[in-house]
Design a protein around this ligand. Structure first.
Ligand code: FAD
Length: 333
């Protein structure tokens, strides 16, 4: 099913959430993640799940394997990430074809790492099958998917509330810099925006206002899904926020610093911090922003606490209620 169809079918004003997973490296990792996913699917009922793609196609086989588990075995609406640089066009074609064969209807169209051709062009070292002739930016992949598959896929694209940090313009990490390109991706046929993780809600609010007020009108109806990182540990938080260039506001740093020697307390404070971020966003309802995306890092506990305490878990489907009512003997008592 397409994510946008599922969003549109939700009752007015209802919130939803999605969970992101990356493919484990080993068979044991796959077995563990499969059972965790099954538990989480039943207990939390996410609207959809995301499966990441290693830059340059480094995890292609394993990403497709995990996507198959999610979509086919667990019946979860799955969104497959796909990057387009430093990868042959053949691999892009194979991934899209494979996704379609699995019944996957959702792709997060990404650039991935900066194209190698920038580095190698002058030295004439560009690999033969390098796709950079076709794909330089994420928008090229959005156009390509639309050209090859029409409306079959629901396409998401990445957005950066604090600006994208890139080697091509390291000095300009500013959402205003990315804005024309985000407009371009939207106008090329993107169906939803999913954001980089952030902790700075003021920066996020400003970003959303900038989109809403943009003269192109490109963002008036497209769903935007803010990305959130449950805090698993002090070290992981610092590492991931550095990688993603997400600023951690001083008050959050202070609350975590106060307990940093105690992993359990860090987790508890982290759950509180994330729940406050969700509540902040919920308190500013927007017709285009009703969902929350969680970067789970394949872990279960923190995100489970957050979605529970923020009342994001939907009621079971009516069918399940019927099943309880129709339990044999239930009406005889
Ligand atoms: P683009 O939209 O192409 O933008 C890249 C940069 O180039 C931006 O700074 C933009 O402003 C600039 N730009 C765009 N077009 C132009 C132009 N015409 N001229 C000049 N500058 C331009 N990476 C992975 O490898 N695997 C994943 O699974 C993955 N999942 C992600 C999920 C989310 C929600 C997000 C936010 C990111 C994810 N990434 C993933 C990271 C992503 O691949 C990197 O951030 C990458 O550097 C940029 O990808 P993009 O799709 O935003 O690129």
């Amino acid at each position: 099913e397409k994510i946008t169809d599922k969003i549109n079918a939700l009752p007015g004003g209802a919130n939803y959430f999605s969970l992101e997973f990356f493919p484990p490296k080993t068979a044991m990792g796959f077995a563990n993640l499969s059972s965790r996913l099954e538990r989480m699917a039943q207990a939390l009922r996410p609207l959809f799940v995301n499966v990441t793609w290693g830059a340059g196609g480094s995890t292609a086989t394993k990403s497709l394997e995990l996507a198959e588990i999610c979509q086919r075995q667990l019946g979860l609406t799955t969104c497959l990430h796909l990057t387009c640089t430093n990868m042959s066009r053949k691999l892009v074609d194979e991934a899209l074809e494979h996704a379609r064969a699995l019944g996957i209807r959702n792709i997060l169209a990404l650039r991935g790492d900066a194209p190698r051709s920038e580095e190698y062009r002058d030295e004439g070292q560009l690999p033969e099958d390098d796709s950079n002739k076709d794909f330089t930016w994420a928008v090229d992949l959005v156009r390509y998917i639309r050209k090859q598959y029409g409306d079959y896929f629901c396409i998401g694209v990445a957005a950066y509330p604090e600006g994208h940090s890139d080697q091509s313009h390291p000095e300009a990490q500013d959402p205003k810099f990315d804005l024309p390109y985000l407009v371009e991706k939207t106008q090329a046929g993107a169906d939803f925006l999913m954001t980089q993780l952030f902790f700075d809600v003021d920066a996020y609010d400003k970003f959303e206002t900038m989109l809403r007020e943009h003269e192109s009108g490109a963002f008036t109806t497209i769903p935007i899904i803010p990305g959130l990182l449950p805090i698993q540990s002090y070290q992981i938080l610092n590492r991931v926020s550095k990688l993603s260039h997400a600023r951690i506001p001083a008050d959050i740093v202070a609350r975590l610093d106060a307990v940093k020697g105690d992993d359990e307390l860090v987790k508890q404070v982290g759950i509180k911090v994330l729940s406050e971020i969700v509540d902040h966003l919920k308190a500013r309802p927007s017709p285009t922003r009703r969902g929350f995306h969680f970067y789970t890092l394949n872990l279960e506990k923190a995100v489970s606490h957050i979605v529970e305490s923020c009342h994001l878990i939907p009621q079971p489907l009516d069918d399940d209620d019927d099943a309880i009512e129709l339990t044999p003997g239930a009406d005889l008592q």
